[in-house]
Structure formats: structure tokens, C-alpha cells
Design a protein around this ligand. Structure first.
Ligand code: F6P
Length: 586
């Protein structure tokens, strides 16, 4: 029943599905780990609900499967002409990271099959955004178009896949608009998870577009297959607006299904696509069949964050990259420090093949290899830190064992998530097991290697999303199912923060925005200058401040000064409790 309710237009009617709060997770902030995992499972399962249960197109709807078949045929054409053609994947934040993840993964796969690589990626903010939070470029449509133009220079045929889970990022709107203005070369494909009429309609400063206006033009062209819209409903995220979760998972599922189909030797059929999608549904169920172990890991990570220590993911291959992606999203979502949850991948930049190469010199956030971990993190590890190994039977088990030994010398709080195939259990893996205080062993049925890898990746993504979300819930960074300490570093996040304040405080829009600005600029009275600054200036300034939303809420609810609010939050670092205390006394 709730599933139907949350898809209905009457539930939080002014919000698009991707921003609604999910009734299933209303009390996630007070739940024990085992219940949190159950809630996440129920939320993720909504991805595969049939259309008859909801109003909108779904992942498995007939129309959706047909669109995926058509896009796969377009990719097939590109594969035949790699010299003059290209597939460009692009997005902001996690959507851009997954664009990189899939572009590099499928290029590797093509090389293995003796095809020329045809995939490129563009991420808002450039490669530094792969591993760190860079939200401001998301607001720039011109930059998006320029980057697309640059990466596809000289190509005669380009299939552009723009991902914006909320149908909202101006960066992607600018790229889609560019494609629509150059139809001789570009065919645009939009991936997102709201119905078209819910695309963001807020004017973008300095241009005449809105995301909504671009989508409307695309809908018209979609009738003649000159543009494609892949926008099934997934239901609201477990943490409201956290599109890295279901949005990211569904992006990965949809694009993998399309790209895999495009180079299969057999014709792309309806059933082929449908069966492939169903295999991800099974992978989801299979992952959550380990819910008790996931909950235990979540608790360990939560304990580390609660006592101000850190969680490190040490991964191999694409599983390691998923660790980096999961960690990088914690800053904008939970106001986390980059040290709180960190990812490291074997081989570092050498293995990644990103556009801009080695970024290590850009700062500590960009140290991503196991060697960086050994040099910079291992010496100060204690039992209060949590280390999670992410590996599979296709990785070099000796190397995993060696690293596990080094970690074990410093902390007993070492865990592992290991993927193996039924019947192929590695004996050496037992040694690693003995070093770890817990190991989740995922034993997968036999499958083609490529598909198996994709399923293991989805499984790892779900596991990591659960661990990092749960750990931050325990740290008090979630109130009900809202991210209470989100960063306010672009227009979408600013609007989300203002809306959240209205919802929690019951104050008017203008009062909430005033409180938000006071917290951003650290003043008790807004000057004329501040009040007239652009939204871009506000979000830029917000990037330098910490705990903006909690500060604004405490001030608004208690009428105290910024200084006083700061000291209250220092005395009660569990943001949820600090805000609750104010709500009770207001
Ligand atoms: O603005 C930051 C952010 O919310 C990220 O957390 C997210 O991954 C990114 O935007 C992309 O959002 P969308 O896919 O909806 O454009």
C-alpha cells in the first residue's frame, strides 16, 4: 500500500519523486542496524516494482525495455565505426563517477574482445570530482556543453548519455541542449528517475534553459527516435534526495544492460534485456540475504565514526573503485570530513586510466592507492578504526593476504567482503578469513565473467552504501530520513536545505532562507550586501563553512546567536540530538 502511496501525486505533491521522503524509512534514524538494513532492502526492492503497482514507467516496463533495445542498437552502430564515432557518458557527483566507471569498464571489455574503445566520460568538475566532492560545477550549463564539445571534437556520430537522477543538473541540461542544437552529429539520451513533467523547472542564471524545457524538446524528438529518455520511477531514496543510492544503482543497471546488449553476438531481443535486468534483481536479493553480516559491519563502521576515528575501504579492481565512489559522496551528503570514510584501490591511478592521470599532488584526498594507505594511514591505525577489504576470486589473493597481515598488525577491527563463484572456493582465502574479525562471503552461481563482475559490483555498491549510510546514521547525521548536515554547495543542495528547514521548523520560506544565510555568512544580522548577493555567491561561501544547516536550524528554533548555536553543537556533536532538543523546547 505504501508503495502506491509514495508514487502518488498526493504524497508530498510539490516534490519530484527523487526528492520525496520515503515512508519506509521514516524512523531510520532511531533504528538498530538490523532494521536499517531491512529498510534499505525494502527501498532498493522498489526499483523492480512492476508498473501495475505504480503510476509511472518502471525499470521493467515494456516501454522501458523497448527504449533500451533501441539505444543498444545505436551503440552497435557506433561500435562498427570507432574511428568517427563515440559514446560519451556524463553526469555530476555520483552520476559522473559512474559515467567514468562504466566508460572505463566497457572500454576494457571492448579491448578484451579486440574492438576499439568507443566510450568517453565527462564529469562536472573534472577528474578531481571523481574522488572528492565538487558540487559547484553542477550549476554550469555552458561548462557542460564545452566539455562535451571538447571530448567529441572531430567525431561524425556521437551518442551522448547524460545522467541526472533528479532530471535537475544544469551541467547536463547544457549538454543535452548542445546535442539538440547539433542533431547532425549528436543523439542525446537522458537517464534519470523522475517522470518528465517533474524535471526541474527553475530558471538557470545566465541562460534561457531549464532542465524541464530541454526534456520537453527531447520528448518531442523521442517520438522519431532522434532522442531517448530513460526515466523509470524508482520510488524515493532511503535518505531523502540521496541519489547515490537507488539512482546510482539503477544508472549502473540500465547502462550495463544497454552496453552489454550492444556487443552481444546474438540480436538484441526484448527477452534478452528483460532477463538481464532480472539478474540484477536476483543479485539484490542475494546481497541482502547476508543482511545480518551487513548489519554487523555497519555497526563496526558506526562505532569508528562515533568515536571520531575512520573507516577505510581497501579494494581491488572495480570493487576498489566503488569504495572510492562511496566514500567521496559522504561529504556532501553527511557533511563528513574526507578522512571519515576513505577508499583505496590497488594500483591507484595506474589502474584507473582516468583522463587527467595521476592527481596525487592535488592534496591528501587524492592519495588513493594501497601504497598511499600504507604510508599515510596504516601507521596511525588503531582498534577504533574499521578496515574493510573488498576483493574477489579474480584478484591476486596473495597480495590481499599480504595487505591483510599488515593491517592486522595494527588493528583487529579488520573485515572483508569476498566474492567467489560456486565450486571455485580458494583455499588461500581461508588465511585471510582468519585475520579478519568478520568476512561476508558472497558465493555466486556460475555466470559469464562479464555479467558476474557487474553483479558483484552492484552487490558491493549496495553493501558500501548501507555501511556508510548506517554509520552516519549512528553518528547522528540523519534526522528522520533527512540528511541534516548536508553541504549547501550548489543551487539544488541550497534549495533542498531551505526546504528541509521549513519542513522541520514549520517556519516560513523567507525565515528559513534568512537563517540559512546567517549560518553561511556566520552573522547574526544580514547586511544589505549579503541579502542581494547571487545564489552562486551563497553556495560558494557555504563551501567554506561547516554544519551550516544544523547551525541555521538551532538559531531559527531557539532564537539564539550563531556563536551560541556553535557552542550548543559543540556540546552535543550528535547533530540529530541537538536539533531534536531545540525542536522539543521550541
Ligand atoms: O549536488 C550533489 C549531488 O546531489 C550528488 O550528491 C549527486 O551524486 C549529484 O548531485 C548528481 O545528482 P543528479 O544525478 O540528480 O544530477
Amino acid at each position: 500500500m505504501e508503495n502506491i502511496l509514495l508514487q502518488s501525486a498526493d504524497y508530498e505533491p510539490t516534490l519530484p519523486v527523487s526528492e520525496k521522503s520515503n515512508p519506509l524509512t521514516r524512523h531510520i534514524d532511531r533504528a538498530p542496524a538490523s532494521s536499517i538494513v531491512k529498510m534499505l532492502q525494502a527501498c532498493d526492492a522498489e526499483m523492480f516494482l512492476e508498473k501495475s503497482q505504480t503510476q509511472y514507467q518502471r525499470l521493467l516496463s515494456e516501454e522501458m525495455v523497448k527504449t533500451l533495445m533501441e539505444v543498444a542498437e545505436r551503440v552497435r552502430l557506433i561500435l562498427k565505426d570507432p574511428q568517427d564515432s563515440l559514446v560519451v557518458l556524463s553526469g555530476c557527483g555520483t552520476s559522473g563517477r559512474l559515467a567514468f566507471f562504466m566508460a572505463s569498464g566497457f572500454n576494457r571489455e571492448l579491448q578484451r574482445l579486440n574492438y576499439a574503445p568507443v566510450y568517453s566520460y565527462v564529469i562536472a568538475g573534472g577528474d578531481r570530482a571523481l574522488f572528492s566532492s565538487q558540487e559547484a560545477p553542477e550549476d554550469d550549463p555552458t561548462l557542460g556543453a564545452l566539455r562535451l564539445k571538447k571530448v567529441s571534437e572531430g567525431k561524425k556520430r556521437v551518442l551522448f548519455v547524460g545522467v541526472s537522477c533528479g532530471l535537475s543538473a544544469p551541467f547536463v541540461a547544457g549538454q543535452l541542449d548542445f546535442c539538440l542544437r547539433h542533431p547532425d552529429v549528436y543523439t542525446p539520451v537522458l537517464v534519470g528517475f523522475n517522470p518528465a513533467h517533474q524535471a526541474r523547472n527553475e530558471p538557470i542564471p545566465g541562460c534561457t534553459l531549464t532542465f524541464h524545457s530541454v526534456v520537453t524538446r527531447m520528448e518531442e524528438l523521442a517520438k522519431t527516435q532522434k532522442a531517448f529518455l530513460i526515466n523509470p520511477g524508482l520510488g524515493p531514496e532511503a535518505i531523502s534526495g540521496s541519489s547515490r543510492m537507488k539512482g546510482g544503482s539503477a544508472t549502473k543497471i540500465l547502462l550495463e544492460v544497454v552496453f552489454s546488449a550492444s556487443f552481444s553476438r546474438t540480436p538484441v531481443t526484448f527477452n534478452l534485456i528483460l532477463q538481464h535486468m532480472r539478474s540484477y534483481e536476483k543479485a539484490l536479493d542475494f546481497t541482502y540475504s547476508h543482511s545480518q553480516e551487513i548489519a554487523a559491519l555497519m555497526e563496526a563502521a558506526g562505532r569508528s565514526l562515533q568515536c571520531g576515528r575512520q573507516v577505510c575501504y581497501l579494494g581491488w579492481g572495480s570493487l576498489g573503485l566503488l569504495g572510492l565512489i562511496d566514500a567521496s559522496e559522504c561529504k556532501p551528503t553527511f557533511g563528513a570530513d574526507h578522512e571519515d570514510i576513505r577508499g583505496f584501490v590497488s594500483g591507484g591511478y595506474k589502474e584507473l586510466g582516468n583522463n587527467e592521470g595521476d592527481l596525487t599532488l592535488m592534496g591528501p584526498e587524492f592519495s588513493i592507492s594501497h601504497d598511499d594507505f600504507l604510508d599515510g594511514v596504516l601507521p596511525r591505525l588503531t582498534d577504533d578504526d574499521t578496515v574493510l577489504l573488498l576483493y574477489s576470486d579474480s584478484d591476486d589473493i596473495d597480495k590481499v593476504a599480504k595487505l591483510a597481515h599488515r593491517v592486522r598488525e595494527k588493528t583487529s577491527n579488520i573485515h572483508a567482503a569476498y566474492h567467489q563463484t560456486a565450486g571455485d572456493a580458494a583455499a588461500k582465502q581461508d588465511d585471510i578469513n582468519k585475520l579478519c574479525s568478520s568476512t561476508i562471503i558472497f558465493t555466486w552461481p556460475q555466470e559469464t565473467p562479464e555479467r558476474l563482475q557487474h553483479l558483484r559490483e552492484l552487490s558491493t555498491k549496495l553493501l558500501l552504501n548501507a555501511v556508510s549510510t548506517g554509520a552516519h546514521i549512528f553518528k547522528g547525521k540523519v534526522f528522520k530520513n533527512y540528511m541534516i548536515d548536508l553541504q549547501v554547495t550548489n543551487s539544488k543542495l541550497y534549495r533542498r536545505a531551505a526546504r528541509l528547514m521549513q519542513k522541520l521548523s514549520g517556519h516560513s520560506e523567507s525565515e528559513c532562507e534568512e537563517a540559512l544565510l546567517k549560518a553561511i555568512y556566520q552573522v547574526d544580522k544580514l547586511s544589505e550586501d549579503i541579502a542581494t548577493c547571487s545564489l552562486e555567491t551563497h553556495t560558494h561561501t557555504a563551501g567554506k563553512a561547516k554544519k551550516v544547516v544544523p547551525l541555521a536550524l538551532v538559531c531559527l528554533l531557539s532564537g539564539c546567536s550563531i556563536k551560541e548555536a556553535e557552542s550548543r553543537l559543540e556540546q552535543q556533536p550528535i547533530v540529530r540530538k541537538a536539533v531534536e532538543a531545540c525542536l522539543k523546547s521550541s
